[in-house]
Design a protein around this ligand. Structure first.
Ligand SMILES: *[C@@H]1O[C@H](CO)[C@@H](O)[C@H](O)[C@H]1NC(C)=O
Ligand SMILES: *[C@@H]1O[C@H](CO)[C@@H](O)[C@H](O)[C@H]1NC(C)=O
Ligand SMILES: *[C@@H]1O[C@H](CO)[C@@H](O)[C@H](O)[C@H]1NC(C)=O
Length: 263
């Protein structure tokens, strides 16, 4: 094979892999819960298409199915800024993947960039849950502006978008940008699950923001994935509608992660 041919082959292989199965940002299969009856398994199989349908139509659904010990509570939601097309694709991927990744756990959760899906035999609706978290941070440190200025601006932006997210009409979403320097603009987004009260949403976001200095200190970008809320900031546009004035060309996309689980 000529080098060009090699390159094309790799290129198509990559596209094929991407089309075949979208990789989630993370999952949590709670090993302390087991699918210990076929009825639970059947109820999960029944609730998944309901979660897909509801999310595709409304961007969010919480529902339950079944009776007694095998009753399943399910919640699914898309990030509030994504199109209904992207939402629908995302939640279908989530529903397809979750049982492959968590085959034996009755409490299972899966995160994608555009959506989130979870189910359990326990009624978790309305409860703030930050017990399991994944933090993705850009390995690069901020240099422009200096970290002190950056952290002040980041704090102010997070306060602003958190206070947007708790307004019921905003459906748990807050997003905004701040111009930091002639070369850098900070973009931030927070999203609560829509089953939370105003207080619950504020509580979840406060925990996520409070953990930024621990897991994302001085980092150019970070994501916090909790079961009740999501947070992301970057020095390039990532939320919709995309800021076309700025490009992410040259931005470092090298992220590492921490997974934290408090029993
Ligand atoms: C399944 O597990 C739950 C709790 O994990 C327990 O309450 C229930 O009795 C178990 N059911 C069966 C059929 O073993
Ligand atoms: C799930 O349970 C089945 C049956 O008990 C077992 O064969 C399988 O290895 C388990 N899978 C995982 C990933 O633990
Ligand atoms: C970022 O800063 C931290 C703390 O000062 C340091 O340990 C780390 O090596 C820096 N990372 C890079 C990529 O320069």
């Amino acid at each position: 094979m000529s080098p060009t041919y090699h390159f094309l082959f790799l290129f198509f292989l990559c596209i094929w892999i991407n089309a075949e199965s979208a990789d989630p940002s993370g999952q949590f299969c709670d090993d302390s819960t087991k699918i210990n009856s076929t009825q639970i398994s059947k109820n999960i199989d029944t609730i998944l298409p309901k979660l897909v349908l509801g999310t595709s139509q409304y961007g969010f659904i919480k529902t339950s199915y079944g009776k007694g010990e095998s009753q399943i509570y399910g919640l699914a939601q898309c990030r509030g800024d994504v199109s209904s097309e992207d939402c629908s694709t995302c939640i279908q991927d989530a529903a397809n993947e979750i049982r492959k990744r968590c085959p034996n756990q009755s409490d299972s959760r899966i995160w994608y960039e555009y959506c989130f899906l979870r189910y359990s035999t326990r009624n978790f609706f309305g409860q703030v849950d930050t017990g399991f978290g994944i933090y993705y941070y850009n390995v690069q440190n901020v240099t422009d502006p200096d970290p002190d200025t950056f952290n002040k601006e980041l704090g102010a932006l997070m306060d602003k978008i958190s206070s947007e997210a708790v307004v019921p009409a905003n459906k748990g979403l807050g997003k905004a940008k701040t111009v930091l320097t002639p070369f850098n603009t900070l973009y931030g987004l927070v999203q609560c699950t829509r089953d939370l009260s105003k207080q619950g949403c504020a509580e979840c976001l406060a925990i996520a923001i409070g953990n930024l200095p621990t897991f994302c200190n001085d980092k150019k970008g970070c994501r916090v994935l909790y079961s009740s809320c999501y947070l992301r900031y970057e020095l390039y546009p990532f939320y919709f509608p995309l800021d076309s004035q700025k490009s992410s060309v040259g931005a470092s996309m090298n992220y590492h992660s921490y997974t934290v689980y408090k029993h």
